[in-house]
Ligand binder design. Structure first.
Ligand SMILES: O=C[C@H](O)COP(=O)(O)O
Length: 233
């Protein structure tokens, strides 16, 4: 079955999305940035509300990976009970690489982390191996600037295909996101990432900071579930 992730910013949205059956509900506050964090207590309540009926993820916020706050943020979000903690990797400096590797003990303690790299920030796919080395469970491609230009405005299908193959060979879960539209779905499903992620396309007027639009959610759900291409699980 093709798999999809839907982002929720509060308990009401989480509850609504749960009924639509995404594979992962991702908690974030879009008004606080591309991977804006929700308060850990809100995430904890949302995870309890989901009660294991689908997988969950949450972000630690828009820290640069060099920040000393990263480990603390990961621990706080992991303690909420989410399945995956998402960490934005905005830069690929040596300092960022060192910080990434410093998260290895958390992975060894069972924290499942997903690294997010950005298609519009000159992504370096050699980082996939570093992410693996740090013990992360997966990697996601997203866009950092939400200006209406989606993932496919920044990377071609062959480039995305290469990203997914490298991630798969490293035995990492792979996800694609970045203002994905309903028209992108058939093209992206054919690449067989583990899941496609959505926020903007689920919202009124395609604005990720607005309310969820039930018609839009239904359209995305159908486009994912009714498309015959099978995403590898
Ligand atoms: O994790 C996925 C993101 O929430 C995607 O958000 P977006 O569709 O607004 O780029």
């Amino acid at each position: 079955m093709n798999r999809w992730l839907a982002s929720a910013r509060n308990l009401e949205e989480a509850s609504y999305l749960l009924a639509e059956g995404p594979d992962i509900i991702d908690f974030k506050e879009p008004k606080r940035g591309v991977l804006g964090a929700l308060p850990p207590e809100t995430v904890r309540q949302a995870v309890a509300l989901i009660g294991g009926r689908c997988q969950t993820s949450a972000t630690i916020g828009d820290f640069f990976v060099e920040s000393s706050q990263i480990s603390q943020g990961v621990l706080e979000i992991a303690a909420t009970g989410v399945d995956y903690v998402k960490i934005a990797l905005f830069s690929n400096t040596q300092q960022a690489a060192d910080c990434l590797i410093s998260l290895q003990p958390l992975a060894a303690r069972g924290v499942s982390m997903i690294g997010v790299i950005f298609a519009d920030k000159q992504p370096d796919f050699s980082w996939i191996h570093l992410i693996k080395q740090a013990g992360f469970k997966g990697i996601m491609l997203d866009t950092a600037v939400k200006d209406g230009r989606g993932l496919l405005s920044h990377l071609s299908l062959p480039e995305l295909d290469n990203f997914i193959k490298v991630a798969r060979n490293a035995n990492l879960v792979s996800g694609l996101a970045g203002s994905l539209s309903i028209q992108d779905i058939p093209k992206l499903l054919s690449l067989k990432a583990n899941y496609l992620g959505f926020r903007s396309a689920l919202c009124t007027a395609g604005n990720r900071c607005y309310r969820l639009d039930p018609k839009a959610v239904l359209s995305i759900k159908r486009a994912i579930r009714e498309n015959p291409r099978i995403v590898e699980n």
